[in-house]
Design a protein around this ligand. Structure first.
Ligand code: ATP
Ligand code: MN
Ligand code: MN
Length: 305
């Protein structure tokens, strides 16, 4: 059953059924955003964020005291977890602690109640754990790299994905960089998808060694962009489209159109201005995200990037 939907293409605010304790607790002090404010944000963006956070294992950045307090990156269920949050067993780790998932808006409100300021999904679903439906290429600019250079890197990733027969969509991370995201028809398994992402990153670094690196070594990153392909391993995560970031400014990871990339910096979109953006957009730049999915072909996997 659908909790909600874009009835006429427009997001529709949803009524809340999950009790929030301490709704006035301040999460982003400079912006004055409270727990209730976060719940209102999520109710507003629910039709947009839902496809990226439902039915897949989630890691959560929980900050019970807000962004200036203690924070923990939570990958497993915990004692006293909100009842609207689901427990899912990793089929590869049946004896381990269950993982966290949600299926509906109540689940998302359960995450808010649990002070999950950031939501980080896996690239596969609980319906098909071993075959990812998403590739995320995470572009991490080192010190001194211009925003235009990050955009150019994203365009190059897009071109290389197109050469492999894949569509590519771009979002801000809400931090320093961009994420280029390719929807997949689940077919190739995790090792194949990770190898493909690694080859792509390695080819970019080999072709433009002054601009890109594909290895984590910090020493090499100054003035270059790390093409972080490691988001594409089993059990790895990347922040969800439309998830807020637990950083000053309350930026969100915002899907943008390729043609509008140069109009906004990396932290332009926030919890506060996102509802206006969504209302003003004539067309969702990620409208065709899932329909644009293709399988990773054997031919693409054999390419040298
Ligand atoms: P930026 O644009 O600033 O790089 P980002 O979200 O891409 O923002 P990264 O540091 O590049 O940040 O990516 C880190 C990713 O690794 C997160 O998105 C998260 O999904 C994952 N991750 C794994 N472990 C942790 C952890 N302990 N704390 C935070 N993130 C973690
Ligand atoms: Mn990053
Ligand atoms: Mn990274």
């Amino acid at each position: 059953v659908r909790e909600s939907g874009p009835a006429n293409g427009q997001p529709r605010p949803q009524k809340r059924r999950v009790t929030l304790t301490h709704p006035d607790r301040v999460y982003w002090p400079d912006e004055g955003i409270t727990k209730e404010g976060l719940a209102d944000y999520h109710a507003e963006v629910w039709p947009r964020i839902a496809p990226f956070i439902t039915g897949r294992p989630l890691a959560l950045l929980r900050c019970p005291g807000g962004i200036d307090g203690q924070r923990f990156f939570q990958k497993h269920v915990w004692r006293g977890m909100n009842k609207h949050i689901a427990r899912v067993k990793d089929p590869q780790n049946k004896t381990g602690e269950p993982l966290v998932a949600i299926t509906d808006l109540d689940g998302l409100m359960g995450l808010v109640q649990s002070a999950a300021l950031e939501i980080h999904p896996w690239g596969s679903t609980v319906a098909d754990w071993e075959r990812p439906d998403t590739i995320t290429m995470d572009l991490d600019p080192g010190e001194g790299v211009s925003w235009n250079a990050v955009i150019a890197a994203a365009q190059e990733v897009r071109q290389r994905l197109a050469d492999a027969g894949l569509g590519a969509f771009v979002k801000t991370s809400g931090g320093k960089g961009l994420h280029v995201v390719a929807p997949l028809v689940p077919k190739a398994d995790w090792p194949a998808v990770k190898a493909f992402a690694k080859t792509l990153a390695g080819a970019m670094a080999a072709d433009s060694p002054d601009a890109y690196v594909a290895t984590i070594a910090k020493s090499k990153r100054k003035g270059r962009i790390l093409i972080d392909y490691l988001r594409n391993g089993r059990g790895m995560t990347a922040v969800a489209a439309f998830s807020p970031r637990a950083r000053p400014g309350a930026a969100v990871s915002m899907p943008v159109g390729w043609e509008e990339l140069d109009q906004f910096g990396p932290v332009h979109f926030t919890v506060k201005n996102t509802p206006n953006r969504l209302a003003a957009l004539a067309r969702d730049p990620w409208e065709d995200f899932r329909p644009a999915a293709h399988p990773l072909t054997v031919k693409a996997q054999r390419r040298k990037g």
